[in-house]
Design a binder for this molecule. Structure first.
Ligand SMILES: Nc1ncnc2c1ncn2[C@@H]1O[C@H](COP(=O)(O)OP(=O)(O)OP(=O)(O)O)[C@@H](O)[C@H]1O
Length: 126
């Protein structure tokens, strides 16, 4: 039986375990998540080197988390679409393209925030 399909929902710890499993699977199978994690780690290193302030750390953490979140949701949507059809379908294309667009929208936003945060830390902007 699929866990959670009856009235006995999995415990919090077991649910967290499934979520962790999902995260590990996504990191193992999706190149984009690896790239985003590497960029996030790079941002943390640059933040340490430039000694950015607390609010800037909050912005870096928020952007990092949101981009990873979007990529995870995008990966889940891709899996659902592939489960629904292995054939070419305009709606499958629409769903995957829009899900991918959400990741790029957030990535570009995070890049702009990162440029502003680090440019300010370097004294390039007030
Ligand atoms: N069943 C389908 N029907 C129509 N178009 C599809 C279908 N599956 C994929 N596509 C098209 O191919 C593109 C790439 O799909 P794919 O599933 O390979 O995602 P991906 O390139 O692995 O995405 P990501 O890089 O985020 O992992 C989609 O954005 C969509 O335009």
């Amino acid at each position: 039986m699929i866990p959670g399909s009856n009235k006995d929902h999995p415990s919090f710890i077991r649910s967290f375990g499934y979520a962790l499993e999902g995260f590990v699977t996504a990191v193992r199978t999706e190149r984009n998540i690896k790239v985003m994690l590497a960029l996030g780690i790079a941002a943390v290193v640059v933040g340490c080197v430039l000694k950015i302030d607390l609010l800037s750390w909050c912005l870096v953490a928020l952007c990092f988390g949101l981009v990873i979140f979007a990529e995870l949701v995008n990966t889940a949507i891709e899996a659902i679409v592939d489960l629904a059809t292995q054939e070419y379908h305009p709606l499958a294309k629409r769903a995957k393209d829009i899900a991918a667009a959400s990741v790029y929208t957030l990535s570009i936003t995070a890049a702009i925030v990162g440029i502003i945060v680090f440019a300010r830390a370097l004294g390039l902007i007030a």
